[in-house]
Ligand binder design. Structure first.
Ligand code: TR5
Length: 129
């Protein structure tokens, strides 16, 4: 998850390909923890918790962010959350975890390919920053 400053600098909402396309296509290495035909889950390069994993659709299909969701996206949106649950179990986060979807500049989104953050392994605080 980018800092607010990083997100503010990086985040011009855009339909352009993102770094996640290169991760999906294995042009850039990542630590993949789960993969199937529809989704990919890999460790965040800048972890904000002992466990910090990103779950993304392999096909963005217009979903630069959650605010762009349409009816046709409901299946993949559910799949992202279900995958987060599977990966949380795989990672041994039996005591709980946090799911985050940042959207747009005010939501501190920095990569415009929808993704679910799975954070765990420490006590989370509320309210979030
Ligand atoms: O800020 P938002 O919610 O858009 O989350 C984007 C996340 O992508 C941040 O938590 C970044 O740390 C993460 N990120 C960015 C890059 C990257 C990554 N995670 C894994 N591998 C990465 N590579 C190779 N390159 C990045 N630029």
């Amino acid at each position: 998850m980018a800092s607010e400053k990083e997100a503010a600098l990086a985040a011009t909402p855009s339909d352009s390909p993102t770094i996640f396309d290169k991760i999906i296509n294995k042009e850039i290495p990542s630590t993949v923890v789960y993969e199937d035909d529809k989704v990919l889950a890999f460790r965040d390069i800048s972890p904000q918790a002992p466990t910090h994993i990103l779950i993304i659709p392999k096909s963005r299909d217009g979903l630069t962010g959650l605010s762009k969701a349409e009816e046709r996206h409901t299946e993949i949106l559910g799949r992202l959350l279900y995958t987060a649950k599977l990966v949380a179990k795989q990672e041994g986060l039996d005591d709980g975890y946090r799911i985050v979807i940042n959207d747009g500049p005010s939501g501190c989104q920095s990569v415009y390919h929808i993704h679910v953050h799975l954070l765990g392994g420490r006590q989370m605080n509320w309210p979030p920053g």
